[in-house]
Design a protein around this ligand. Structure first.
Ligand code: A3P
Length: 341
């Protein structure tokens, strides 16, 4: 299949191909971006030199901030949209694969499935990459974003109210996964970030789309308020009982697995297709790249490292573990949410 990426280029927020967004409005967003950028608080970047803080969230100035502004100003949601929302390194790649395979299970066979030749990120559009041809997509659209729930436009959460699937993960594993990933993408001219530095930044909330805990809580609260609109998953639960979670996913998405499908082992086929072992060993995920913009090109293999629960702890000192656990308890206090399975 043709990848949905790389159509977008957020280096300039551009007019849609089909002209549905007024170029005058696009120009206004570009002007707004140029106006606010110099005055935004700056923090140390993990992959880029700096991150900027906008509406309480830390973003890369070029890609993520522009993408967020594009979504807030121009994205036209439909009530049938399904949006996969994640904080980076919590299981985005896996969730994309599982959702794509679940929704399209009658369309593709398991032996010639698009996921065998396309990285999961190439199977559905990423909103912050300002995809140009979204209006032309047939419903229901399968989309993805890293934008925190509270920063999404009302049109997505209230008026048209898309459905969201969110996945969270233990912060220690997120931190370590992100640190290793971002250092691989960090330009050679910038010195690598040490784990101690990454740890401090993460604890202060200064990481892409951070603070992490606020990101998680935004979707968690939305899932409690409108469970029919937001499905909240945990990486650890998915690891422990993938078939159970995939069945819940199918139910939520309006594609429940029939008894016949269950007895034929369709759920297990999906789990196997999307497993770390399978995806990470495919040629496309070992040797191809994902082009997010003219400047952000990522080797697909970087999306697959270990795929284990609890690996973060083997990199962190006891003191670091204690501190991050304390922050987590404090932030989640009274929310009813606990990390892990
Ligand atoms: P580790 O670095 O801990 O191995 P994201 O997809 O949000 O970028 O998250 C990446 C993390 O998910 C990495 O974690 C990666 O190895 C893991 N991952 C990728 N594909 C996976 C899969 N199919 N099953 C389980 N984990 C997966």
């Amino acid at each position: 299949m043709d990848s949905f990426l790389p159509s977008p280029d957020c280096d300039t927020i551009s007019k849609t191909d089909n002209g549905q967004i007024d170029s005058h409005l696009i120009q206004k967003t570009n002007e707004g971006y140029r106006e606010i950028l110099p005055n935004l608080p700056r923090g140390k970047g993990w992959m880029t030199e700096h991150l900027v803080q906008y509406q309480g969230v830390w973003l890369t100035p070029n890609f993520a901030l522009k993408g967020l502004m594009w979504v807030q100003d121009h994205f036209k949601p439909r009530s049938t949209d399904i949006c996969l929302a994640t904080f980076p390194k919590t299981g985005t790649t896996w969730l994309k694969a599982l959702t794509f395979a679940t929704v399209n299970r009658t369309r593709y066979g398991f032996t010639d499935h698009p996921l065998l030749t396309t990285v999961p990120h190439g199977c559905l559009p990423f909103l912050e990459a300002c995809p140009k041809d979204l209006d032309g997509f047939p419903s229901p659209r399968l989309l993805s974003t890293h934008i925190p729930y509270t920063l999404l436009p009302n049109s997505m959460t209230v008026n048209q109210s898309c459905r969201f699937v969110y996945i969270c993960r233990d912060p220690k594993d997120v931190l370590v996964s992100k640190w290793l990933f971002m250092n691989k993408l960090r330009p050679k001219e910038l010195a690598p970030i040490s784990l101690e530095e990454a740890f401090e930044l993460f604890c202060q909330g200064i990481s892409h789309y951070g603070p992490y805990w606020d990101h998680v809580l935004g979707y968690w609260k939305a899932s409690l308020e409108t469970p029919e609109k937001v499905l909240f998953l945990k990486y650890e639960e998915l690891k422990e009982e993938p078939s159970v979670v995939v069945k819940r996913l199918g139910e939520f998405l309006g594609h429940p697995f029939s008894l016949e499908e269950v007895s034929k082992g369709v759920v297990e086929e999906i789990v196997k297709l999307c497993s770390f072992e399978n995806l990470s060993n495919l040629e496309v995920n070992k040797s191809s790249v994902l082009k997010l913009s003219t400047q952000i090109i990522i080797d697909n293999r970087h999306f697959f490292r270990k795929g284990k629960v609890g690996d973060g702890k083997s990199y962190l000192t006891d003191e670091m573990i204690k501190r991050i656990n304390e922050i987590t308890s404090e932030k989640l206090l009274g929310s009813g949410l606990v990390f892990g399975s």
